[in-house]
Design a protein around this ligand. Structure first.
Ligand code: DMJ
Length: 654
């Protein structure tokens, strides 16, 4: 209760007071001798203390002198009048109370902090997205069998990297691994992460959530449990018949904090996802989307359902490796346990057989069963030794009987080779930067890119990655190649050559220009760059057969890496433009987004009536992460993304 005149009541004020509610307190009277202001003049001493807390306390009552100096003198005098024993008892009491105070302050403080943090978190999230609670996705569960037998499969070599026969260490000119955004907030441990103030979701992230919900609505209404949504015909298409979009989108929902949608999808996985089906699936596509999606969702949610499903599909994909060369076939019948190459050839695609490693290696680590890792490591070791490379650049096909490259002489960073390069670096990172052959092949390949594939366009002099066919350079670049700036930046962040970052910066500008230079502001599937300046011509030329856009993620993916590592807001702004153009030209009012046939016709972009699963699995996820200023929202020193944007843990985090 407040004192009538506004002063707080209940405080033990001064040593002496004329009257009060606690007057003659027996508890205190035994310990403290009281002597009033008149004591100096010689009135008899009284052996009790009177403490006043009532209204009579008001200054000036009954000639009471309340000046500070007087009070100090009076207190000191009274202290002197106490016996040694009394003084010791008082001092002891004070000391005891002080110690108790310190102890209870610390623990109450902690408890209070955690209570207020939690309620703040809830308040904010509810204000921003009604019905939502933010996920905390950056916390890793302990893997079930983290250190089990796969250890034997891991290559353990000294951390110094041999590159072109020379011994190198991470480039001295390169800044040590750093992340520019909110460095000060970087936690030193998972515990610190838990206690970290949640970073609120911003406007642009909300726009991504809105886009995701719109896409999800279409999928739910017209394609639930099927592979892909056909948003215009309000139906679906089947590829493997395994609910591809739903599985691809699981971890995106987790990261975006869409708990309700996630729970509903989880139920479908628990009750309806069955792999015991007489169906042919593509090894690569089902590994990166299904196995990768299940593994990352397991890590984020810690829900063992996803690990069980991952084990199931992982085992069912293993027959693909039963080939004369151990280079896997492209297709597996997951119900029958048989595998085969495409009908017209015994070749597999190089990118496909070398971009399943992150997932199978992680599956071995989690299950303790080394067979998964053994199978994919063998492929990498074999490819490492193969001839037919051109300064580290690989051809696009490999024969499953002979194990040799075929169709030699064509080199691209686009379709059929792209993620070979990506997975060299990412496996090296996943394994704790110990597997030197991977790094060696990666570094060699980037030198190969620089030597054979880089050119500059006219008039803007954009650096781009072309292709080489039997010694002839072609100025053709797939949108798929736009994964490269992000991968180069990730390598530089992990201590590789500083010039990789420079190259990443110039290439991401080019990828952005592939969007800017079209009428819709969306990139086509393939562009051809002009090598000579011609009046009225832009850098980018588009052939009629190449002017479609499939809602692909690669540029947004690289923008995300670039923003994380540089903190330069222009990358966020570029991503924002792209999101707006997706909304303008590919959004279907009744739910879902569609790929389009013509990025050059804003009046009729010719919708294709298909929403690829990677739009939810990758494009929107990278958008959301790009717009985030929280480096712990999938911390890149703890996670490595597979080529379908599913984050998997780095085994030995930086
Ligand atoms: C995805 O399935 C993967 O990103 C793959 O590596 C390339 N193609 C699509 C996205 O464009």
């Amino acid at each position: 209760a407040a004192h009538p005149d506004g002063a707080p009541s209940g405080t033990l004020g001064h040593c002496q007071a004329p009257s009060g509610t606690l007057r003659h307190s027996p508890a205190l009277s035994s310990a403290v001798m009281y002597s009033g202001p008149a004591a100096a003049a010689g009135p008899p001493r009284r052996d009790f203390i009177s403490v006043a807390l009532g209204p009579e306390e008001a200054v000036g009552v009954g000639g009471y002198n309340n000046s500070k100096a007087w009070r100090r003198r009076s207190c000191w005098r009274k202290w002197k009048q106490l016996s040694r024993l009394q003084r010791s008892v008082i001092l002891f009491l004070f000391a005891f109370l002080a110690v108790c105070g310190v102890i209870s302050y610390t623990s109450v403080g902690e408890a209070w902090k955690s209570i207020t943090n939690k309620s703040l978190d809830n308040q904010r999230t509810q204000q921003e997205i009604p019905g939502l609670k933010l996920a905390n996705p950056a916390v890793l569960p302990a893997p079930q069998k983290a250190d089990a037998s796969p250890k034997q499969v891991l290559i353990t070599v000294p951390c110094i990297c041999s590159w072109r026969g020379a011994v190198i260490e991470p480039d001295q000119n390169t800044e040590p691994p750093s992340t520019k955004i909110k460095e000060s907030e970087k936690p030193s441990s998972v515990e610190a992460e838990d206690q970290k103030e949640p970073v609120p979701i911003n406007e642009r992230q909300l726009a991504v959530i809105e886009a995701f919900r719109h896409a999800w609505k279409g999928y739910k209404d017209f394609a639930w449990g099927h592979d892909e949504l056909k948003p215009l015909s309000k139906s679906y298409s089947e590829w493997f018949g395994l609910g591809l979009t739903l599985i691809d989108a699981l971890d995106t929902m987790w990261i975006l904090g869409l708990k309700e949608e996630f729970e509903e999808a989880r139920k479908w996985v628990a009750n309806d996802l069955v792999f015991d089906k007489n169906v042919d699936v593509n090894l690569f596509e089902s590994t990166i989307r299904i196995l990768g999606g299940l593994l990352s969702t397991y890590h984020l949610s810690r829900d063992s359902l996803f690990l069980e499903k991952a084990k199931d599909i992982g085992n069912r994909l293993m027959p693909a490796f039963k080939t004369p060369s151990k280079i896997p076939y492209s297709d597996v019948n997951i119900g029958r346990g048989t595998a085969h190459p495409p009908r017209w050839t015994s070749d597999s695609t190089v990118a496909e057989v070398t971009s399943i490693q992150l997932e199978f290696r992680e599956l071995s680590r989690l299950t303790g069963d080394e067979k998964f890792q053994k199978a994919v490591d063998e492929v990498m070791k074999h490819v490492h030794t193969l001839s037919g490379k051109n300064d580290g650049l690989v051809p696009m096909f490999i024969n499953t009987n002979s194990g040799q490259f075929t169709h030699l002489g064509v080199y691209t960073l686009g379709a059929r080779a792209d993620s070979y390069y990506e997975y060299l670096l990412k496996q090296w990172i996943q394994g704790g930067k110990k597997e030197n052959e991977l790094l060696e092949d990666y570094m060699k390949a980037i030198e190969g890119v620089k030597k054979h594939l880089l050119q500059r366009s006219e008039p803007k002099k954009l650096t781009f990655v072309g292709e080489l066919a039997h010694g002839h350079f072609s100025a053709k670049m797939d949108h798929l190649v736009c994964f490269l700036p992000g991968t180069l930046a990730l390598g530089a962040h992990n201590g590789l050559a500083a010039d990789h970052m420079k190259l990443a910066e110039t290439l991401i500008e080019t990828c952005y220009q592939m969007y800017v230079q079209t009428e819709t502001g969306l990139s086509p599937e393939i562009v051809h760059f002009n090598l000579r300046a011609q009046k009225g011509h832009k850098d980018v030329e588009i052939k009629p057969a190449d002017r479609h856009n499939l809602l692909r993620p690669e540029t947004v993916e690289s923008l995300f890496y670039m923003y994380r590592f540089t903190g330069d807001k222009k990358y966020q702004d570029w991503g924002w433009e792209i999101l707006q153009n997706f909304n303008r030209y590919t959004r279907v009012p009744t739910g879902g987004y569609t790929s389009i046939n013509n990025v050059q016709n804003p009046r009729n972009p010719e919708p294709r009536d298909k929403m690829e699963s990677f739009f939810l699995g990758e494009t929107l996820k990278y958008m959301f992460l790009l717009f985030s200023d929280d480096i712990d929202l999938i911390n890149l020193d703890k996670y490595v993304f597979n080529t379908e944007a599913h984050p998997l843990p780095i085994w030995v985090p930086a």
